[in-house]
Design a protein around this ligand. Structure first.
Ligand SMILES: *[C@@H]1O[C@H](CO)[C@@H](O)[C@H](O)[C@H]1NC(C)=O
Ligand SMILES: *[C@@H]1O[C@H](CO)[C@@H](O)[C@H](O)[C@H]1NC(C)=O
Length: 178
């Protein structure tokens, strides 16, 4: 009798912790957001951080030439203390044209992608025509899974068209527990 009461107690204790854990959202604030685009591709690009907690990203780019291929390279690096150097956490290369046209729902990548395009006029298929493309209030924070640790983060994204690097994005930020 006593034993099962203790078990019951532990069960509730565990349950409470699991519930707290799943509600422990991550916060992501950006210190630095840099973009460079080749002059033959665009009349400049503007990348800035906004929001009271510096959690939102905004991009405006005025495309001068049509893009029919978007090879994308993403590298994510982390460091757990400011005193140490960033180390590569993972990198990935993918076909951006495929990602924008056939995103399957409910995966980590699609959650990230939806966070990026939520308030954007980004076309959903290639080729991407000459136009002014904007992204407002990109909140990666919302798409972060709870198992992501607190860390300093560096994100580098390179976009290539026919082997030429045309757009460079680099971001530095910090993930903390709420
Ligand atoms: C990419 O970034 C580097 C510096 O980080 C810069 O030297 C280079 O010109 C950039 N590429 C483009 C296409 O702007
Ligand atoms: C972006 O966020 C700001 C608040 O940080 C808000 O004032 C603005 O309306 C938002 N814009 C869009 C397009 O969601």
């Amino acid at each position: 009798m006593f034993g099962s009461l203790v078990n019951c107690f532990w069960f509730f204790w565990l349950l409470c912790h699991l519930m707290n854990y799943s509600e422990a959202k991550r916060r992501l604030s950006w210190d630095c957001f840099d973009c460079h685009i080749g002059q033959q591709y665009a009349d400049g690009i503007k990348c800035r951080v906004s929001g009271a907690r510096r959690s939102l990203l905004n991009v405006d780019v005025n495309l001068k030439s049509e893009l029919d291929a978007i090879k994308t390279y993403v590298k994510i690096s982390t460091r757990f203390k400011p005193a140490i150097a960033y180390r590569k956490f993972f990198d990935i290369t993918f076909d951006g044209c495929r990602v924008i046209s056939d995103m399957t729902q409910g995966t980590l990548v699609s959650n990230m992608f939806n966070a990026v395009v939520k308030s954007s006029n980004q076309p959903r298929k290639c080729p991407i025509k000459q136009s002014l493309i904007y992204y407002r209030n990109i909140s990666i924070e919302e798409a972060l899974p709870v198992f992501v640790p607190s860390t300093d983060l560096m994100v580098q994204v390179d976009f290539f068209s026919k082997r030429n690097l045309y757009l460079n994005v680099s971001l530095r930020g910090t993930i903390t527990e709420k």
